[in-house]
Design a protein around this ligand. Structure first.
Ligand code: AMP
Ligand code: MG
Length: 320
């Protein structure tokens, strides 16, 4: 359940920024302006805070969120920058370009923010107010668009409040956003840079810097993205059985609210937000422990349960 709260409209001055940063550090939700749209920000290192994003948006599935940073140095602590990634960051940051790179060993961003992936999407937004906020918070900020799921992205603070009033802690009111379209997303995970989503920085501008063509996201591309090469969804190595009321021989349990005895429990108290926060790390833990068959206890379908069940159903689906 989303806890009804008063949503503060904070001014874009030093005091407003300081308060917004404090709320983020304490695990709260703050919408803030970027040059593309208003983002719904949460501490990307705090899985409970990130679960709150899904709760507030009413988003029915987990996808990896972009982690917003205040500097290239901060980005390098989270992701591994190849020379090409470095080149793109130097040229287009701050700006509407998201770079998807391998996760660094020093990364602090939580599993839920990455939807369990071993890669991370990073971006440095252009408005000074956004970068100052992230710097003051002192950690990467996960931020999808600040609207209810299925609604239009917000370009000003009024749009944010129309959708999320009483569902988030604050909106930092920095006026209207300039670009209005999403960031361009480029993956640099192997020797072939790929366009995952067109957006605010044009393909041709990026290709000019790279000195070569980008693969992907273009139907005329002679080498389209190989299916599965860039799996956008983490799946455990083990097989998954849903709605298990008891463990069968050879199964490892993944529990919710103490229904299976002796199993790893996503939330012993039956709190769906806690369960969402723990989901990806729990799956990874079971994988790392060598589980071959995971039996998952029934999880209620309301609220965040919808996204949790969506991910588990996909993990349980037959794989090629
Ligand atoms: P947005 O819709 O602007 O919040 O951007 C979210 C999108 O960024 C996701 O749906 C992915 O396409 C992409 N993305 C973010 N992080 C990653 C990641 N670690 N790996 C692959 N894609 C990512
Ligand atoms: Mg959106």
């Amino acid at each position: 359940m989303t806890h009804a709260r008063t949503t503060l409209r904070l001014p874009a001055d030093a005091a407003g920024e300081a308060q917004a940063a404090r709320i983020l550090r304490e695990g709260g939700l703050v919408a803030f302006p970027t040059e593309t749209v208003y983002g719904l920000g949460a501490d990307a290192t705090n899985s409970r805070a990130v679960a709150g994003i899904y709760e507030a948006k009413g988003r029915p599935r987990f996808n990896p969120l972009i982690a917003h940073v205040a500097s290239i140095e901060q980005a390098r602590r989270e992701g591994v920058f190849s020379p090409l990634a470095e080149k793109l960051a130097q040229k287009f940051w701050p700006g509407p370009l998201t770079l998807v790179v391998p996760l660094a060993e020093t990364a602090s961003v939580c599993d839920l923010a990455r939807a369990g992936l071993p890669s991370i999407g990073l971006r440095m937004p252009a408005p000074k107010i956004a970068r100052d906020l992230i710097a003051a918070a002192g950690r990467p900020i996960a931020a999808p668009s600040a609207n209810r799921s299925g609604h239009v992205s917000p370009a000003n603070a009024d749009h944010v409040l129309a959708d999320l009033d009483a569902r988030i802690d604050a909106v930092l009111d920095g006026g209207a956003c300039a670009v209005g379209v999403e960031s361009t997303i480029v993956a640099l995970l192997d020797d072939r840079p790929r366009l995952l989503r067109p957006g605010g920085v044009a393909r041709a501008e990026i290709e000019a810097v790279l000195g070569s063509a980008l693969a992907g996201a273009d139907p005329s591309d002679s080498q389209p993205l190989a299916p599965g090469l860039l799996a956008s969804h983490y799946a455990p190595g083990a097989s998954v059985r849903l709605n298990a009321r008891a463990l069968e021989p050879g199964e490892t349990g993944l529990d919710f609210a103490g229904q299976l005895s002796g199993a790893l429990d996503l939330s012993p108290s039956g709190d769906l937000e806690e369960a969402a926060a723990n989901l990806f790390s729990a799956l990874r833990r079971l994988d790392a422990a060598g589980a071959t068959r995971i039996a998952v206890a029934p999880i209620p379908a309301q609220g965040l349960g919808e996204a949790i069940n969506d991910r588990l159903a996909r993990a349980a689906a037959p794989r090629p």
